[in-house]
Design a protein around this ligand. Structure first.
Ligand code: PLP
Length: 496
């Protein structure tokens, strides 16, 4: 075989033509996204039918142009669009167009960003991306850090660094054993990554001390202090406090400076979960809320949330680069990597690594700090607008607004006076659950939910540079209309 024609290869002409076609179709999708339903509303069975999911593995292949055309069509029709201007559910952002292109470019070069030798430019770009992210947050830029898949992995990686640093023995070699339980403290509003982390690390979820929150949903500092003192007293080993900078339900920021002080007093690792809200620190007008963030030993942030990177992109920041290296590096005989260069295998759980940093780096270059400041400020302003809009309507109870998250409950006006009645309370929970489901099926807009003080409410989270004031007003009107209709269908006789 002197020359080779592999079935998976494309000639450069084929690549060009199918690639141009794909870009055209994506451009068309972006042009028309606002006119499409946010989600198809189809049941799993229908989606499976549409993608012919019962077909066995093909033996022979088919031409690439056909696959690309057909797949683009399927995905266009069957997907949920978090890039839709009326999507405000969970915390997934509209993807930045330059990020889409960056992912294509990253895949074309395909650097393995585990070792410098395998990814000279990509490693240096990732290092700069980490420094720029630190800079955005006002965190020391000589910190350690790397890109991971998302907030969960970023938080888990930080917890591993914390545990390794604070164990009073070689925990990497000896593992967890009963030498006093190592305990981590977090507010009851903390995201479930913490359960997964303690479970995966073999510490067990019993090693989490859930601390109650105050009326503003922030960690109760005196309860935190009392718990740490009691645990020390009984021979356990408190090692870490997790503070939230933008909690997942309501976007609340814990009192970071006070947590930092407490961590210093008790020699605890201060970790900040800023997966959603970390980037709010770019807004000078919120400086007070983020005061103390720069004192954290580690921070997790999610570029695929408020930096609008296409999934996946989370980022780990650890103040002391050695603490990160000490938690993850091994030097097997089969690697010949120069130790003076950065080899990202040494800083995280992954071995082979893709070039996630590129999409973040390119969008930071495209819009700079000022661009992000503007977009994040607009997102917050729109959440406030939504909160104000629903506050003025007799059908809504506005419950919270922090950063770019607004929560509210649809309350039929005649039930407003009876909120304390438990039958009414339960009915409103059921009603709002049903409103959420119907809204989702309608494809007109998409919100998710939060439970605040036992009340099931609707929750709009705007990490979406496509959402406008008109969208906010339209969504409120859609929910108001749907609320009345759903109430008419659902209200039990004894509440009429
Ligand atoms: C989203 C989120 C996470 C999890 O991040 P993923 O990117 O979904 O893995 C963790 N903590 C908070 C506060 C979040 O908002």
């Amino acid at each position: 075989m002197t020359s080779r024609t592999a079935p998976i290869n494309l000639s450069s002409d084929e690549f060009r033509s199918v690639g141009h076609e794909l870009i055209d179709r994506i451009a068309e999708l972006l042009e028309t996204i606002a006119d499409r339903p946010v989600t198809s509303g189809l049941a799993p069975e229908e989606v499976r039918d549409r993608i012919d999911s019962r077909l066995p593995l093909p033996d022979a292949g088919m031409p690439a142009p056909e696959i690309v055309a057909r797949t683009t069509e399927l995905l266009t029709e069957l997907s949920l669009y978090n890039g839709h201007p009326r999507f405000g559910g969970y915390i997934t952002s509209s993807p930045a167009p330059i990020g889409m292109l960056a992912d294509l470019l990253a895949a074309a070069i395909n650097p393995n960003v585990g070792g410098w030798t395998l990814s000279p430019a990509a490693t240096e770009i990732e290092a700069q991306t980490v420094r720029w992210i630190a800079e955005l947050l006002g965190y020391p830029t000589n910190c350690g850090g790397l890109l991971v898949s998302g907030g969960n992995m970023a938080n888990i990686s930080c917890l591993i660094a914390a545990r390794t640093a604070k164990a009073d023995y070689n925990i990497r070699e000896h593992g967890m054993y009963a030498n006093g339980r190592m305990l981590v403290y977090a507010s009851s509003e903390t995201h479930t990554w913490l359960q997964k982390a303690t479970d995966m690390l073999g510490m067990g979820t019993d090693s989490i001390r859930w601390i109650e929150v105050d009326s503003a949903q922030r960690i109760d500092l005196s309860a935190l202090r009392a718990q740490v003192e009691a645990d020390r007293e009984s021979g356990d080993k408190p090692f870490c406090v997790v503070a939230g900078a933008g909690t997942v339900s309501t976007g609340v920021i814990d009192p970071l400076y006070a947590v930092a002080e407490l961590c210093r007093e008790f020699d605890l690792w201060m970790h900040v979960d800023g997966a959603y809200g970390g980037f709010g620190a770019v807004l000078p007008e919120l400086a007070d809320l983020y005061h103390g963030l720069s004192r954290a030993d580690s921070i997790a942030v999610d570029p695929h949330k408020w930096l609008y990177a296409p999934l996946e992109a989370g980022c780990v920041l650890v103040r002391d680069v050695d603490a990160l290296r000490n938690a993850f590096s091994y030097h097997p005989a089969y690697y010949h990597f120069g130790q003076e260069a950065t080899n990202y295998v040494d800083f995280g759980p992954q071995n082979s690594r893709g070039f996630r940093a590129l999409k973040v780096w390119m969008s930071l270059k495209q819009v700079g700090r000022s661009g992000y400041e503007e977009m994040i400020r607009d997102d917050c302003r729109l959440a406030r607008l939504m909160y104000d809009e629903v506050s003025q309507l007799e059908e809504f109870d506005a419950l919270s607004c922090s950063l770019s998250i607004a929560t509210f409950q649809f309350v039929p006006p005649d039930l407003r006076e009876k909120l304390a009645d438990s039958t009414v309370h339960d009915y409103l929970n059921e009603l709002n659950t049903e409103i959420q489901d119907r809204l989702e099926r309608s494809g007109e807009a998409f919100v998710s939910n939060a439970v605040i003080g036992g009340r099931y409410c609707l929750r709009m989270c705007i990490v979406n540079f496509r959402t406008s004031e008109d969208d906010i007003r339209a969504i409120v009107e859609i929910i108001r209309r749907l609320g009345h209709k759903t109430d008419a269908d659902l209200r039990p006789a004894d509440l009429r």
